[in-house]
Design a protein around this ligand. Sequence first.
Ligand code: MN
Length: 353
Amino acid sequence: MSYRTLQEEIEVLEQGLPPQEGDGFIGGKLNPNEASLILLPVPWEATVSFGEGTANAPDNIKLSSHQLDVENYHYIKAYKVGISMLETDKELLNLSNTARNEAIKVIEALENGKENHEALEFVNEASKKLNSSVYEKSLSQINNGKFVGLVGGDHSCPLGLIKALNDTQKEEFGILHVDAHHDLRKAYEGFTYSHASIFYNVMNECENVSNLVQFGIRDYSSEEAQRLASYKNKGACLYDSDFQAQISCGKSLNDVFNPYIEKLPKNVYLSIDIDGLEPLNCPNTGTPVPGGLRYSELEYLIFMVVKSGRNIIGFDLCEVGSSQNGWDENVGARILYQLCGALLASQGKIEYK
Ligand SMILES: [Mn+2]
């Protein structure tokens, strides 16, 4: 692939010509060395419990993003400081497919009241390989002075990125997490690094994560609610039912979101599971749940973080499904571009309004 320089990239994107098939995110072809923000695709769905397809999301989102206009209301010309999405790691995709087959054996055994230790061990080892691969890739970008946004894959993908930030940030950071689920299970179906355990693992393994603030949550176990409560002031959750009730009583989004934004420290990592949105925006995500945030509410929530003066130090977008008509990927591409703009604006790289 022949890359563009940043100057060439800006010229091409501002011409607004239709991107060509092999082009990258938003039709870009920028040399990653010249980017401020690197998008790391992670084609992984070893432990998904219901609907499959999210391992293909990075490539699908990239293709879908070709129909985006690069202008954005809040974030002014984010492409001008360079956004580059890396090539998808095919080896990782192969490992995901192999591990997925083993995971199905584990789940089938469980459904028959049995256990398949050999398959379980394979999946857990594969997940460790994923975590160290994401960690190493993230770390090398961060050490090169780049910001990193991760494009999943299922929600187990970002542990390596969060750990790389944990190991390189001078100050502690908080996590703003949007999801239908707490993702606080201590292993799920026996999988240590399950999509349903991401924040259990983060809170256990990342000592520089000051707190976890969750939005959109509406499908959870008592184990998870108790775990969140056990974090005391390190954990907070605006449950979706509470959110909907407050909005129904006439409160503004500002008033409802603000007390939760205020719990976050200066530095914030955003973790967006697309199933935090209403299912009409993500009909093919792995575990859709009725209710949830509207697209524009998520957009405003992200903007509130920027407007509050906090620094977004990294992000992930996970669990985007594969659809026949491209709708899930279309929404995913738009959220991803919002996240890029928000990070770059919060870091003072671009203007916002
Ligand atoms: Mn999740």
